[in-house]
Write a protein that binds this ligand. Structure first.
Ligand code: SAH
Length: 281
């Protein structure tokens, strides 16, 4: 163990199955002497960490988890703090910076920080239901444990009115069931009841389960802490049981790849009746 200061790896392990953990994440875990994480994530990588010191903590102990990882790394250990999915998407990376800032840490001082990206739930969940995120999308967490509900509601309203595909993280838990009902009502103001909605639970884990339904009916199904909810835009459609958001190629090309009359490849789409686009038509 080096006395000059250790390394803090903040590692995203992806959705669950090892095949979806990047080689860089596996290398970081392999290099670490100490592994810190929420019990469920420790379990997901237990086969990789047999001879390592493990610091497990519960769900609500995130600050103490980040602090423990930082302290051990500052003392010279190589530490892997693990997050599911990507550590920078509703993950531990933000908290690491918050604690470092409180401690007055400066770049160049120990510990050395290495943030290892992972496959976030939006990516893994989308892959299980088709291609729902091929056009503009946004993600919103429905957890109001740390963010006031009016702020979340305003973001849902803005995303819905701007016709984004919406990915909802943390949609509900045992105690938190009202938010997803309110979210549905807000989105329904702007979108048809037939808008495709996918519910993906435990993607790439043992209890994986997906449901493809629509905006009017998705609340009839189980939605919990391990579910991600994907709500289509006005262009999203269902094809052969897949949820698909088109990129817009049919605005410019025929199915044979011919350019439609009035359009030019590599130039902005010409909108009918638009004055500003006459110069390129
Ligand atoms: N850092 C994680 C997100 C943590 S927030 C990431 O990048 O994926 C926790 C929320 O993520 C859950 O409530 C759920 O909405 C979503 N989630 C995480 N893993 C998931 C999985 N395997 N399947 C479905 N949703 C998942």
């Amino acid at each position: 163990m080096s006395e000059s200061g250790g390394i803090l790896y903040v590692v995203g392990i992806g959705p669950g199955a090892q095949g979806h953990t990047t080689p860089a994440a596996l290398e970081a875990i392999d290099d670490a002497q100490v592994v810190v994480g929420y019990t469920t994530y420790i379990k997901l990588v237990r086969h990789l960490i047999e001879n390592k010191e493990i610091i497990r903590t519960g769900m609500t102990e995130e600050i103490s988890r980040a602090r423990a990882a930082i302290e051990r790394a500052q003392a010279g250990a190589r530490v892997a703090l693990i997050s599911s999915g990507d550590p920078g998407v509703y993950g531990m990376a933000g908290l690491v910076f918050q604690v470092l800032k409180e401690l007055g840490w400066k770049r160049g001082e120990p510990p050395e920080l290495r943030i290892i990206p992972g496959v976030t739930a939006l990516n893994s969940c989308a892959s299980l239901v088709g291609a729902p995120l091929v056009h503009d999308f946004c993600s919103i967490s429905l957890s109001d444990l740390l963010t006031p509900w009016p702020v979340i509601a305003r973001r849902i309203d803005a995303a819905a009115s701007a016709d984004f595909v919406i990915g909802l993280y943390n949609p509900a838990s045992g105690r938190r069931t009202r938010q997803i009902v309110d979210a549905q009502a807000i989105i329904r103001k702007y979108r048809s009841g037939q808008t495709p909605v996918a519910l993906i639970k435990s993607a790439y884990r043992k209890l994986q389960h997906t449901v493809l339904t629509d905006l009017d009916n998705f609340l009839d199904y189980e939605i919990g802490m391990l579910t991600t909810v994907l709500i289509g835009s006005s262009n999203t459609y269902v094809y052969e049981g897949y949820m698909v958001t088109p990129r817009g190629y049919t605005n410019k090309y025929t199915a044979e790849g011919e350019v439609l009359k009035g359009q030019r490849p590599g130039y902005s789409l010409v909108i009918e009746g638009s004055q500003t686009r006459k110069d390129v038509s």
